[in-house]
Write a protein that binds this ligand. Structure first.
Ligand SMILES: [Zn+2]
Length: 454
């Protein structure tokens, strides 16, 4: 007997699109996909009439532990993620300490407290971390690394091309599943632009966009992909924000499709003329014009943009003010709870992008890229029973207090969105129902990836 049957709904199945079928879940896995009457009997039945079932959403770009500490973020922000149907998170781990020393403790915290499954990306900031890359792969099952052509001044130095090339070589030598994400903006152009903005006493999002030149991203993606080419390293351009960068990547991908592209829900939902708080929206990379936003949606439509993340960290209002004081740019608030509704509102309803293409950016595509497919990212027999049941037509108004995050604000406060996660299932258990978390404790775990032989 199965644990749960889901009947009367529609299910997004990779390669087939949205089909009317039922699902049976047992011991944390999907065990059958069949019509009503053909499923094994189950102890619980969920009537999904009027709902569409997606694979659990994967947000590949999250920061935990930036302000309120890793354990606190792990408890509150992965719980909030379930509100948006996000069941797996790619978490960037930064700093200058040896990851070999910090990872065991982080892994223990994840396994004890997280509500979502987590695969880490290790930021490589020091020579010691460079040397330890093979160790991170073999001992810790980490295959994903990050390099910064540009980093927020005062927070962490930007890296030289020499340092990045050496890192790409180290990663490429560890097997073909190993690859690097890159913050790809030219640092000299960025530093000049930021200096100009703060000297001019800039305040608006338009001024901020002007001082973060598109050319810096075009040059960044060009240099990053050239360095990757030189050593046969796969790279992923994260948080792509400009039409110019996207155009350049189309050219680059024509001869090297292993260069992949991520954008953020932020750039798809906000532009430099949007009516939002210009300080909370002073993001890095900057939100650009409405034309840039449309270009990024086109990138999803034609498949150039493979994945969408949030770049979420959890900063309350006080933390936001502190970050602005110290670095001139803010942090972000609960975004995982809104990732899916933002995509459905802007992509499915407003731009008529097919559900399979749109939802692929937060399910099957990141699962494949980070080596957790077919365990994650698809509805298939044998895959983890991580699912979100969505009412595509249901509208709601964003209220930060309903997002169950520790942050006390939202960039999207008061915005009307269409497409509401109704039930989230994680490892075969209902964990969110109608806006309430219905488990006392998370069952998230640290995901390991083994490097395939190169
Ligand atoms: Zn980030």
């Amino acid at each position: 007997m199965s644990d749960i049957n889901i009947i009367n709904g529609k299910v997004l199945i990779s390669g087939l699109g949205v089909v009317e079928t039922g699902l049976s879940l047992s011991d944390g896995r999907i065990v059958a996909i069949a019509g009503n009457g053909h499923l094994p009997s189950a102890s619980e039945t969920i009537d999904a009439s009027g709902l569409v079932v997606f694979p659990g959403i994967i947000d590949p770009h999250v920061h935990l532990g930036l302000f309120q500490g890793f354990e606190a973020d792990c408890k509150s922000e992965t719980r909030s993620a379930l509100m948006g149907g996000v069941t797996t998170i790619g978490c960037y781990l930064g700093g200058t300490a040896s990851h070999s020393k910090t990872l065991p403790e982080i892994e223990a915290v994840i396994n004890a407290h997280s509500y979502a499954d987590i695969f880490p990306h290790l930021c490589i900031n020091t020579e010691e971390q460079q040397q330890e890359i093979p160790d991170y792969v073999k001992r810790f099952g980490v295959t994903s690394f990050k390099f910064f052509m540009f980093c927020i001044p005062g927070y962490m130095p930007s890296q030289t091309n020499d340092f990045i090339l050496k890192g790409f070589r180290n990663v490429a030598d560890c097997g073909h599943r190993c690859f690097c994400s890159v913050h790809a903006e030219d640092s000299s152009m960025m530093l000049d632009g930021w200096k100009r903005f703060f000297e001019q006493g800039g305040t608006s999002l338009g001024e901020w966009a002007d001082c973060n030149p598109t050319e810096a991203e075009v040059l960044g993606v060009t240099v990053a992909s050239t360095l990757a080419d030189l050593c046969g390293c796969r790279i992923n351009i994260v948080h792509l924000a400009t039409a110019g960068g996207l155009d350049k990547l189309r050219t680059i991908r024509a001869h090297n499709p292993s260069v992949t592209v991520e954008t953020l829900a932020l750039y798809l939902s906000v532009h430099s003329s949007s009516d939002i708080d210009p300080i909370a929206g002073r993001w890095s990379p900057a939100v650009r014009s409405e034309q840039d936003q449309e270009a990024l949606w086109d990138g999803i439509r034609d498949g150039t943009v493979a994945t969408v993340g949030t770049d979420q960290d959890c900063v309350d209002k006080a933390g936001l003010e502190k970050f602005i004081r110290d670095y001139g740019v803010p942090g972000s608030s609960a975004l995982d709870a809104l990732l899916l509704p933002l995509l459905l509102t802007g992509g499915y309803h407003e731009r008529k992008i097919s559900l399979e293409r749109l939802i692929g950016t937060v399910t099957v595509n990141p699962a494949r890229l980070w080596g957790i497919y077919p365990q994650k990212g698809i509805v298939a027999v044998g895959s983890d029973a991580d699912l979100v049941l969505v009412d595509l037509e249901s509208e709601f108004v964003v209220d930060h207090s309903a997002l169950q995050s520790a942050s006390d604000w939202s960039l999207y406060q008061g915005r009307r969105l269409r497409g509401r996660p109704v039930i989230t299932i994680k490892d075969g258990k209902t964990v969110m129902r109608e806006g309430e978390i219905v488990v006392d404790k998370g069952n998230g775990k640290r995901l390991r990836v083994s490097p395939a032989p190169s």
